[in-house]
Design a protein around this ligand. Sequence first.
Ligand SMILES: Nc1ncnc2c1ncn2[C@@H]1O[C@H](COP(=O)(O)OP(=O)(O)O)[C@@H](O)[C@H]1O
Ligand SMILES: [Mg+2]
Length: 215
Amino acid sequence: MLELQGIHYQPATSEKVVLENIDLQVRYGKPAIIAGPSGSGKTSLVEIISGLAKPQRGTFYLEEQVLNQRQRRSHCGVVFQFPERHFLGLSIAQELRLGHRRLSGEQQSMALRRVGLANIDVRQAPERLSGGQQRRLAVAVQLLRNPKILLLDEPTAGLDWSVREEVLGLLAKISEQQILIVVTHEPELFKNWKVSEYSLLEGKLKNVSTLPKGQ
Ligand SMILES: Nc1ncnc2c1ncn2[C@@H]1O[C@H](COP(=O)(O)OP(=O)(O)O)[C@@H](O)[C@H]1O
Ligand SMILES: [Mg+2]
């Protein structure tokens, strides 16, 4: 289980508090879906959990052990919003090697299998893949680092409806082996999942999965 206690974050460049006294617990098999409008602090929370940014106050625990910033970086995989805009590899194989420098053929096919891309030609450019396949590839790159925690920032943004289902199905599968945190402004997409739902509003996090629907 990943646990956040009392996280408080105000970047030096911000005049207001971005994350205020955040408490959160996330277990294997039960993803946390954190929903909030633009500017509510979703991306900041991803950056804080993954150790890319440092909060002023608060403690992180993984299996009851305190995690420092460096350990958070090594335990977290992050798929940022629109990951396909940041592909660097000239081929799919090269893109995968960015996630893992000494990648064996076996590891490569296992990662591709896990994201449902077992049958693609890895010599082609990542841009040749469809929108949904590109998102899957971005997830595969992160899985190669074998992170205990996987964070996704708006994983369905900009995708067609049919493709969204495909990406959601993949996340459901992944959540059995990784602690999964998804931030999104489209929480209704996840309504058929066994998830913990949170709302983030102006930097304050609230558990909404216990509330009756419509409140
Ligand atoms: N490094 C920073 N410097 C100044 N303001 C920031 C910084 N990071 C985030 N903010 C502000 O914090 C708020 C939340 O931003 P963000 O986490 O990107 O929200 P979201 O992802 O929900 O749209 C915004 O008002 C943003 O301008
Ligand atoms: Mg954002």
